[in-house]
Design a protein around this ligand. Sequence first.
Ligand code: SAH
Length: 422
Amino acid sequence: MSATDATLWLQPNRERSLQRRHPWIFSGGVARVQGSPAPGDTVLVRAADGSELGWAAYSPESQIRARMWTFDPSQRVTPEFIAERVAAAAARRAPLLGGGANAGAGGSAESADGSTTDSARLVFSEADGVPGLIADRYGDTVVCQLTTAGADAQRELLADSLAALPGVDCVFERSDADVREREGLPARVGLLRGHAPASDLVAHEQGFRFAVEVEGGHKTGFYLDQRDARAAVAQWAPARRVLNVFSYTGAFSVVAAARGAAAVTSIDSSGPALAVAARNGALNGVDIGQLMEADAFTALRGLRDRAQQYDLILLDPPKLANTERQLEKASRAYKDLNLLAVKLLAPGGVLMTWSCSGAMSMDLFQKVVAGAALDAGRAAAGRSASGREVRIIGRLHQPSDHPVPLSFPEAEYLKGLVLQAD
Ligand code: SAH
């Protein structure tokens, strides 16, 4: 897209965050917009004193009024610029997918046992310098989401750039995330480049095979962001009774079953997700155990009332807080869930608990979980007046293909605690 002649002028002193390479310009920081840029157009950003700060994508409907493409005013947002950003992001995933200098995004990483990983997030929006583009690779298929007016306006160039990556035969768009509403964008789902995605598309990861629901599934079809957590589950699962709450398509359940869990129970409110979980069990040749289609809050209370006990509980709820304003309500829900989970832990039991709400910091999450553990102990005080100690034995984060720039801590959204109860 050509740069328009439009210029976005900042309020006095609002250039400071940009000088620290933070890519967002909030509506309150904008003094005026000169020219008449269309949604998604590239605008020149100037400080109040007139100095040029770089180029940004304009989002008239969003509170985040513009997102920086580049902090170098001498650069231009050309097709080459965009293709280079996408290619560079994909190349950074080479160690995960193939390692070799030429493997680029086309490879797949082989581990000692001959198993491969062919799936990773290639582009993570602002964290990779491509605001509004999420692109996940599953083998030869790339599933993308365009979440901002800027990315939407560059749809064709972004599709070309993704299709040009080595080994990519299909680019499919899943731009149906809620966040598009905040940008005034309609949902869009469909093929952008190449052949239609295989209906039996599978993500290969460390010897496991996980079905990817490209068209009907959540986000881009699979939760790549729990890759490191799957390794942690593998470590703790042997011989344990496992409860996987908010299981989605049962990736944790498959890993636990394959690593010798004594029993596995998966809970999710989505019947279709559980049907895929059953398929994932078969794909990996494991008995995936019991699948419960239920509301997690209700199901956990039921298990508590029946005094069930588990040695490993996985608690990975959907995003409960979309904004800071929802934090209080979300905190109560996180507390409820974790309180119930702690009560279901057998002696020595391990709880892996996550929050994927970007608005909730690790600090706050830990406080909420601490409150839950304390209350769970109090409730059990009949057994022991002093309650029960729960210790942090590990922390979990989004994996390396979901990086967090030091200049953009907002990219961090997924955090987890590994807890062990007395
Ligand atoms: N742990 C999963 C991802 C979980 S995503 C993985 O690694 O793949 C969150 C899941 O919570 C979704 O599958 C969604 O269907 C489910 N969900 C949302 N609200 C729920 C509720 N109230 N009770 C049970 N499941 C719910």
